[in-house]
Design a protein. Structure first.
Length: 131
């Protein structure tokens, strides 16, 4: 089985594992903008020692073809771990990250998030280049 066949998708309004990509629909070539990816926007995802989002990857697939470019990865390392016991730690990371980017052509952003229990999930967001 190919890795891509193991990645799940869904509607973020009803599924807490789907990464939500927030970015403009149209951008200017070579001008920086922000892409925010979060998990659990409509349905909160647990953020506990036992059940958490481990990381979010962001890719960009140019409309002209070729392979996708890996924009970046953010790893969420704090889930309430503590010597006092699970979920008693002083800090919990929440699965949301903003990537400052610029593109030279239209394409599709692909976000992949990893739940430690339910595996990888993905979503996409197309951008066009105007003006």
């Amino acid at each position: 089985m190919a890795f891509g066949e193991m990645i799940r998708t869904g509607d973020f309004k009803g599924e807490k594992h789907v990464p939500v990509i927030e970015a403009p629909a149209t951008v200017s070539a070579g001008t920086p903008f922000e892409v925010t990816v979060s998990v659990g926007r409509e349905v909160p995802h647990p953020n506990t020692t036992e059940h958490f989002i481990a990381w979010i990857d962001l890719y960009f697939k140019p409309a002209s073809g070729g392979f996708p470019f890996h924009v970046g990865r953010f790893e969420f390392m704090a889930h309430g771990e503590s010597p006092k016991g699970p979920n008693r730690g002083p800090v919990h990371a929440h699965p949301s990250v903003t990537f400052p980017v610029q593109v030279g052509e239209a394409g599709t952003f692909v976000a992949v998030s990893m739940c430690n229990i339910h595996g990888p999930w993905e979503s996409t967001h197309e951008v066009t280049v105007g003006g």
